[in-house]
Design a binder for this molecule. Structure first.
Ligand SMILES: [Cu+2]
Length: 190
C-alpha cells in the first residue's frame, strides 16, 4: 500500500516531479522544489542611442537572461521621424561614423540565416520588430531577440555589437534588410 502512494500523489498533481526524486520531507520540514530557487540576476547594462549628428536621442537598456535578452528602447521627443522604423542588432559595436553608421557592419548573423522575422529561411539573429515613433518623434518599446544573444559570444563578443534604427519600416522578408533604408540611430553595445 505504501508503495503506490507516490503514484497516487503524482496522478493527482499534488507532488512536483522534482520533489519525488528527493528524500521524503520530515514532519514539519518545508520542501523546497528546485523551481523556487532564485534565478541569477540578469546582467543589465545601458547605452546611449545617437543620431547622424552624434547627438543622443535616447537610451537602450539591455538585460541578459539565461536564455534570451530583453532590450528596452526609449527615444526622447524629437528623436526620430514619426512612423515605423526597422531595428536590428548589427555585428560591430562601432557608431563612430555618425553620418552613415556603416562601421556597425551587417546584422549579427552567426548562423547565416536569411533576414526577416517573416522569412521562411529566417530570421537572422539580429532581427527585431519595428519601432514606432509617435507624432512628437518619441518612442518606447521593449523587445526580445528570437535567438539567444546573451553572454560571451552574444552581443558582447570581441568587437561588440550595435543597435541600429533605420529610416524606414522593415518588411521582415526582403533581402538584405527588409527595405529599411538608411541608418539613422546607433547604440554601441560592448
Ligand atoms: Cu539594420
Amino acid at each position: 500500500m505504501t508503495r503506490i502512494l507516490p503514484l497516487l500523489a503524482l496522478a493527482a498533481g499534488l507532488a512536483p516531479a522534482a520533489a519525488l526524486a528527493q528524500e521524503p520531507a520530515k514532519p514539519g520540514e518545508q520542501t523546497k522544489p528546485a523551481e523556487q530557487s532564485k534565478p541569477a540576476e540578469p546582467q543589465a547594462y545601458e547605452t546611449q542611442i545617437r543620431n547622424n549628428k552624434g547627438d543622443t536621442i535616447g537610451t537602450l537598456k539591455l538585460r541578459d537572461g539565461a536564455n534570451t535578452l530583453v532590450a528596452r528602447v526609449t527615444i526622447q521627443p524629437g528623436g526620430l521621424p514619426p512612423g515605423w522604423h526597422g531595428m536590428h542588432f548589427h555585428a560591430v559595436g562601432d557608431c563612430s561614423d555618425t553620418e552613415k553608421f556603416e562601421k556597425s557592419k551587417a546584422h549579427v548573423n552567426h548562423d547565416q540565416s536569411k533576414h526577416g522575422l517573416l522569412n521562411p529561411d529566417g530570421p537572422d539573429e539580429g532581427d527585431l520588430p519595428n519601432l514606432f515613433a509617435g507624432q512628437d518623434g518619441s518612442a518606447n518599446a521593449e523587445v526580445s531577440s528570437e535567438t539567444p544573444l546573451t553572454g560571451e559570444g552574444g552581443l558582447k563578443d570581441g568587437d561588440g555589437s550595435a543597435l541600429i534604427i533605420h529610416a524606414n519600416e522593415d518588411d521582415h522578408a526582403s533581402q538584405p534588410i527588409g527595405g529599411a533604408g538608411a541608418r539613422i540611430g546607433c547604440a554601441v553595445i560592448k
